[in-house]
Design a protein around this ligand. Structure first.
Ligand code: ATP
Length: 601
């Protein structure tokens, strides 16, 4: 019974395979909807393609005509024939220009649309999506996959058509010249085609392996350059050179194996082609001798055969390209079909300011990427508008998770979160997040000016507003000490700011945003006393009249908050003010306070 079922299953899966591949192809064709707006250009390109193919196809006839003239069997003179073909040559040049021009219009514009849409999609996807994918993978979809599609649209499609047209047109033409010789010629084709398919597949697999290996080598370069400080600190340069070298060696080995097969393949094809042509010359020669066909036709025939041979060799390659493109478009469509977090089609909701009452009622939560571990096990927190609370607890207790849930990065698995008494699920994410600002632990600035980095908190803010925010954030002093002031370039290619300076930029950004709810993820590394004071003063300014949730790592900074919540393993185990909790005998908070302050006191 089991055996029978397995047999049935196998059959079904075979059928599925076929169906899927056909569906895949259909699906991939959907990418063509991006071409639709430029269809007039596409049609124009196609017309020029047909015209230029037709003119190319007429050239073997030139040889025949000239031979006829030489043999005195043509009504035209040599000059007339050359003039006619010269005219065709000019036309061919004009047609080719327009073909390339129109196809480029279609491919460049439509692929820019695809890129724009894919990027727009990626950036609006919810956070869990980014936990499943690597950034490299996503950027490669935008670059490599779209480029693949573009190549097919701008070159391959036209080439494929030209090759098929050459094949069909050429064959019809030689059938017309001599069906006997054509049949003879066609007898050599199947051998070449079968060999091409078998070899081609194997070579493709090998070259993909070589590509993967190259990608693996590039990852080493990327990772080590990104963390060059770590490599140097551990003096692991030699180790990395060795690792990179090994990876390159593996790639070279595979590439050389591919080259060997390609060498065999190419020599075989050349051998078979010329063998075929020799056979045709031999058989054709005997047909000319017996007077069955004129010599001029034999020449024309041979040239067409060379054309046809070339196009057959080309079609295999094109087919591989098309196959690759089906894969690329599938991957692109897969992203486009992911449900967005922000409904990008909808207009942005009106800005509805909230007061800032925040409540967590018995919230339970499990990260989608780790379903077996419940991270929050019934957490309840209440913050009235304008109040300040701190979350304290060991690393991994769930502090960051709580604020991520408040930002609606993940859906909760149990309980309820409300803002101003309204369930978080009823908030549009844009509407909600406009009311929340985060000053993160590790501030990462975008490459650009300080002005742009602060303005990020409120796109379109004026210079005066940005300056005022920088002043309130205690940042103006150091900003003005740079010769270019607010226009100083920061980030990867600009000047490097210190940790305290970056924090004050982040604070200025939050001040500019002016949210009702503020989340401070306290920096773990402590600053020197002076920066610490500047940052703390800036934070005090920022916290005024806002609901503030502090993820506290250093207890000294949270003495003034209204309520401290102590978390342990996803549960709130103590709640109170600093004074209340610090006095609790054997309390977790009291112990933490002791641990942090004892060595100093
Ligand atoms: N994106 C994620 N996917 C899966 N598990 C996660 C994710 N983020 C955090 N966790 C897990 O959830 C638990 C709580 O993490 P969380 O970051 O909230 O702790 P924390 O109290 O903020 O710690 P720390 O003080 O070190 O920042 C940890 O066990 C952590 O491993």
């Amino acid at each position: 019974m089991a055996k029978g079922r397995r047999g049935f299953g196998e059959e079904a899966s075979e059928a599925d395979k076929k169906k899927i591949s056909r569906e895949d192809f259909k699906k991939a064709l959907r990418v063509f909807r991006y071409v639709r707006p430029y269809r007039m250009h596409f049609i124009a390109g196609f017309i020029f393609l047909i015209l230029s193919t037709a003119t190319t196809l007429s050239f073997p006839a030139l040889i025949g005509q000239v031979t006829s003239v030489i043999q005195g069997k043509s009504p035209f003179t040599l000059n007339q024939v050359i003039l006619i073909f010269g005219g065709i040559l000019v036309l061919q040049a004009v047609f080719s220009f327009f073909r390339i021009y129109f196809f480029a219009q279609v491919s460049e514009r439509s692929m820019a649309d695809v890129r724009r849409e894919v990027y727009g999609k990626i950036i609006t996807l919810p956070i869990p999506f980014f936990e499943k994918r690597r950034v490299g993978e996503l950027t490669s979809r935008l670059s490599a996959d779209v480029s693949q599609l573009q190549d097919v649209l701008s070159i391959t499609l036209a080439e494929l058509f030209r090759q098929v047209a050459t094949l069909l047109g050429g064959t019809l033409f030689i059938l017309y010249v001599s069906w006997k010789l054509t049949l003879f010629m066609l007898a050599t084709f199947p051998v070449i085609i079968v060999a091409a398919i078998i070899f081609g597949r194997y070579i493709r697999r090998l070259s993909k392996q070589a590509q993967d290996q190259l990608a693996a080598a590039s990852v080493i370069v990327e990772e080590t350059l990104q963390s060059i400080n770590v490599v140097k600190a551990f003096t692991n340069e030699r180790l990395e050179i060795g690792r990179y070298g090994n990876s390159l060696n593996r790639m070279v080995n595979i590439a050389l194996r591919t080259a060997r097969f390609r060498g065999v393949f190419v020599s075989f094809i050349i051998f078979a082609m010329f063998g075929g042509i020799m056979g045709i010359v031999w058989y054709g020669g005997s047909l000319v001798q017996s007077g069955e066909i004129p010599f001029a036709d034999l020449l024309t025939f041979i040239f067409y055969t060379a054309f046809i041979g070339g196009s057959v060799a080309g079609i295999g390659d094109m087919y591989a390209q098309v196959q690759k493109t089906v894969g690329a478009s599938e991957r692109i469509l897969e992203i486009l079909e992911e449900p967005s977090e922000v409904d990008a089609d909808n207009e942005l909701p009106l800005f509805v300011p909230v007061h800032g009452d925040v409540a967590f009622n018995n919230v339970r939560f499990t990260y989608p990427s780790r379903p077996e571990m419940e991270v929050l096990k019934g957490v309840s927190i209440n913050v009235a508008a304008g109040r300040k609370i701190a979350l304290v607890g060991q690393s991994g207790a769930g502090k960051s998770t709580i604020v991520q849930l408040l930002m609606k990065y993940y859906p909760i698995t149990g309980g309820q979160i409300t803002v101003d008494g309204r369930d978080l699920t009823n908030f549009n994410v844009t509407e909600l997040r406009r009311n929340v600002a985060v000053v993160p632990q590790e501030v990462i600035l975008f490459g650009g000016t300080i002005f742009e980095n602060i303005q990020y908190g409120k796109p379109g803010a004026t210079e005066a507003e940005v300056r005022e925010a920088a002043r309130k954030a205690n940042a103006l002093q150091f900003i003005d000490s740079f010769p270019e002031g607010l226009q100083t370039i920061v980030g990867e290619r600009g000047i490097k700011l210190s940790g305290g300076q970056r924090q004050r930029i982040a604070i200025a950004r939050a001040i500019l945003k002016d949210p009702a709810i503020l989340i401070l993820d306290e920096a773990t590394s402590s600053l020197d006393a002076e920066s610490e004071k500047l940052v703390q003063d800036a934070l005090d300014e920022l916290m005024q009249n806002r609901t503030t949730i502090i993820i506290a790592h250093r207890l000294a900074t949270i003495r003034k908050v209204d309520t401290i919540y102590v978390l342990r393993e996803g549960q709130i185990v103590e709640t109170g003010t600093h004074d209340e909790l610090a006095l609790q005998e054997d309390g977790i908070y009291a112990n933490l306070v002791k641990l942090q302050f004892e060595p100093i006191e």
